[in-house]
Design a binder for this molecule. Structure first.
Ligand code: SAM
Length: 283
């Protein structure tokens, strides 16, 4: 028992919250598991947490029970609002529910001046990568969040943490995330933990922003990784042609080999390419 609120199965039945596939709804009912997810983000005492997709509130309850001072939860499904209001009543002044679409949300507007937040969420799988990309591309950097603790399908989690040592998983997402954050898979969650169970295993990933990532512009990094991984089997001298600059000059300025392939180039190599691209385009 983490609180005196009713078990989640009762909450679901009372508010008639049959899971909707279109909203990526796979609910967690085990409060021991949601507490473990909450604790993965570190001690929550006095912290503000942003949660995406609280649903019936299993993770929300764990965040509050673990000591979060304030939880701001953005939920698109209005059917969940009454259940969330019951949690807000149990923790007066600590839970702000925002009825809306996470893809349309201005995150910093949810925070008070100077307030830093952790983001903790069991994300709807259909918008998880899009949200993560936007958070990691946040300007200015260091960002408004202290860390991200997020549930993904295991296969996506592996792409988030991958470097050239994992060539099959290494790609644009890995370059972007590891450029700006330290990344780690914390633990796996089996399909049976969810209602309804998804087809695949999930993983909790933790990302902590680096204070001083190697300097380059996000859009240049995005351009070089799109070109290089767009044709990942090809050598850079071929794949980078898509950028429309002198490829030989670009690769030489970045200190890379023309015959290298995207999946062997480390993050620093892509940052060097991004800066070389900016330089060549400025001429
Ligand atoms: N946090 C709950 C849990 O762990 O049991 C629910 C997680 S469920 C995987 C994803 C939640 O995100 C659902 O409650 C769903 O309604 C909500 N959701 C889906 N799309 C959303 C969007 N665009 N913006 C905000 N919430 C969304």
């Amino acid at each position: 028992m983490i609180d005196d609120l009713p078990p989640l199965r009762e909450v679901i039945a009372k508010h008639d919250l049959a899971a909707k596939k279109s909203l990526g709804q796979n609910f967690l009912f085990d409060l021991n598991l949601t507490s473990r997810i909450a604790r993965t983000s570190g001690s929550l005492e006095g912290m503000t947490v942003i949660e995406v997709g609280p649903g019936p509130g299993g993770l929300t309850r764990a965040l509050l029970a673990e000591g979060a001072a304030r939880v701001v939860a953005v939920e698109r499904d209005d059917r969940c609002l009454a259940a969330l209001a019951e949690i807000a009543a149990r923790y007066p002044g600590q839970l702000d529910v925002v009825a809306g679409d996470a893809l349309e949300t201005d995150w910093t507007a949810l925070l008070r001046p100077g307030e830093q937040a952790r983001i903790v969420a069991n994300l709807p799988y259909n918008i998880g990568t899009e949200l993560l990309t936007r958070w990691v591309e946040t300007e200015p950097w260091p960002p408004f969040f202290e860390s991200l603790t997020l549930m993904f399908q295991r296969e996506v989690a592996e792409r988030i943490v991958a470097g050239p040592d994992k060539p099959k998983d290494y790609g644009r997402l890995g370059v972007l995330c590891n450029w700006r954050c330290e990344t780690k898979i914390a633990f796996d969650v089996s399909p049976s933990a969810f209602t309804p169970p998804p087809k695949v295993t999930s993983s909790i990933v933790r990302l902590v922003p680096r204070t001083a990532p190697l300097p380059c512009r996000t859009r240049d990094l995005s351009a070089v990784t799109a070109a290089a991984f767009g044709q990942r089997r090809k050598m850079l001298r071929q794949s980078l042609k898509a950028l429309g600059v002198d490829t030989a000059k670009l690769i030489a300025a970045a200190g890379l080999e023309e015959t290298a392939r995207a999946e062997t180039v480390p993050v620093e190599g892509f940052v060097a390419l991004a800066n070389a691209l900016a330089e060549l385009r400025a001429r």
